[in-house]
Design a protein around this ligand. Structure first.
Ligand code: ZN
Length: 456
């Protein structure tokens, strides 16, 4: 087996930054050492990489991506978006079910797994979507291979709609799985949309009104409902893309976290604020909408304090031409995955939170709370999913840098400069991305999980 040494690195792992080295043997991390690598270690490795002081971190585990495959593959597919993943230091992903067909049956889920086994460069997994009438399917699924059930709470995306209260209660009571919820109050949003339509008539509704239409109250109401159900039933709830300060107050009771409830926010809610809609337009139109600077500050604090568990990307590509339209008609979704890690590292440089916290929220926490086996940490015996990130001279992101199929990147819309770059990414010990080049021969593996309720 080929042995690779990565030395002179700042290893960011489990709350620490340590100058040291890592030896990879085949697909496994064989040794993690402090300081300079001993001569015997260097001599025993066929490949020696001098990290030159760059950060060596566990590969990102993105718990929230939309790779559009099958059915919407002009926007992205598993091959193209998994290439963008490794270019962004993402070594494992969990893909959402709102494809065509929607992943609401075991057959549709298996088709995605088969496709990914053929073409995915990163390690892969696929949520199953909940509908009003697929509880039997959800109960049959094998949660050692399925990361969880995606539930659009009272909100319709394609044919995925669970609006029946008794059915919601049964799902929360019976599912032996993590339930990942998109929480926005659909009725309130619809009524806000009608109001906007009345005011603007035939005129376009300005993009700045997106967060007024999909507002804080819509998020608060739906998240409160999900949390109430989880507290009553003991369900394992994961609240996706928390975007408001008010929802944070629901995640704990007098500072005490609920043991069965975790949450995620996404890079866009930490980076931009509603003031950016005027300049960025539909490039940053996403659901939930990006809220105020006050919300952004509260979210950064929650990442720092541990109230938010995970940072995902909600990578959701559309063609730029499809993003035309106003606050009501432009499709929502931002292809942020490829630059999410550099953006988070920049936020860490600005002291929003620590570099160690970036590794915690993007890798350790998703591994821990989804029960992913032998990934998410730089530990001996774990799979060698690693990313080398370097602090570099400021550079401007351009749409031309997009590895994903849609060919643009939200942050390229303005003259923002980044100060970190993903340099190399290893997936199961294989170099999948190296200074601008994706190795498209690399294949990821299916993630395996220890679902809630089973002994670890
Ligand atoms: Zn999403």
């Amino acid at each position: 087996m080929a042995r690779t040494l990565i030395h002179n690195a700042v290893v960011v792992n489990e709350g620490k930054k340590t100058k040291g080295y890592v030896v990879v043997d085949g697909d496994i991390i064989d040794r993690v050492g402090k300081g300079a690598a001993p001569a015997a270690v260097i001599a025993g490795c066929q490949t020696v990489i001098d990290a030159g002081g760059a950060y060596l971190m566990p590969g990102v585990i993105d718990d929230h991506v939309h790779f559009r495959d099958p059915g919407l593959t002009h926007k992205g597919d598993i091959a193209s978006e998994s290439a963008a993943a490794v270019a962004g230091g993402v070594t494992s992903y969990m893909d959402m079910p709102n494809t065509r067909p929607a992943t609401v049956s075991l057959d549709a889920w298996r088709d995605k797994m088969d496709r990914a086994a053929e073409v995915s460069i990163a390690n892969y997994s696929f949520y199953i979507g909940a509908t009003n009438d697929n509880l039997d399917t959800l109960l049959e699924a094998d949660y050692a291979s399925v990361p969880g059930v995606k539930l659009f709470l009272g909100s319709s995306t394609g044919n995925m709609l669970v609006d029946s209260e008794p059915m919601l209660r049964r799902m929360f009571s019976e599912l032996p799985a993590l339930i990942a919820v998109h929480a926005e109050d659909d009725a309130r949003i619809r009524s806000n949309m009608e109001t906007a339509r009345e005011i603007f008539g035939e005129e376009p509704v300005p993009m700045e009104l997106h967060p007024v239409i999909r507002d804080n109250v819509a998020c608060y109401n739906a998240t409160r409902r999900a949390i109430r159900l989880a507290r009553e039933t003991g369900a394992r709830l994961h609240v996706l893309h928390v975007s408001t300060a008010a929802e944070l107050g629901l995640l704990a009771d007098k500072g005490e976290r609920y043991p069965n409830i975790t949450s995620e926010t996404c890079i866009q809610y930490l980076w931009w604020s509603d003031a950016d809609y005027e300049t960025m337009g539909s490039r940053i139109k996403c659901n939930p909408a990006i809220k105020s600077d006050k919300d952004r500050r509260a979210l950064r604090r929650a990442v720092r304090d541990g109230l938010i568990d995970v940072i995902g990307s909600d990578h959701a590509p559309h063609l730029l031409s499809e993003k035309d339209g106003d606050a009501l008609t432009a499709p929502s979704g931002c292809p942020n995955m490829q630059f999410s890690l550099p953006m988070l590292m920049d936020l860490a440089s600005e002291k929003a939170f620590k570099v160690e916290t970036v590794a915690e929220k993007t890798s350790h926490a998703p591994a821990r709370l989804f029960g992913i086996e032998r990934r998410g940490f730089i530990r001996e015996g774990y799979f060698a999913d690693l990313v080398l990130v370097r602090a570099v001279d400021p550079y401007t992101v351009t749409d031309g840098m997009s590895v994903g199929k849609c060919g643009w990147i939200p942050i390229a819309g303005v003259n923002t400069q980044l100060h970190h770059r993903v340099e190399k990414t290893w997936v199961n010990g294989r170099l999948a991305y190296d200074e601008g080049i994706v190795n498209r021969e690399v294949r990821g593996r299916a993630l395996t999980f220890v679902p809630p309720g089973r002994d670890n």
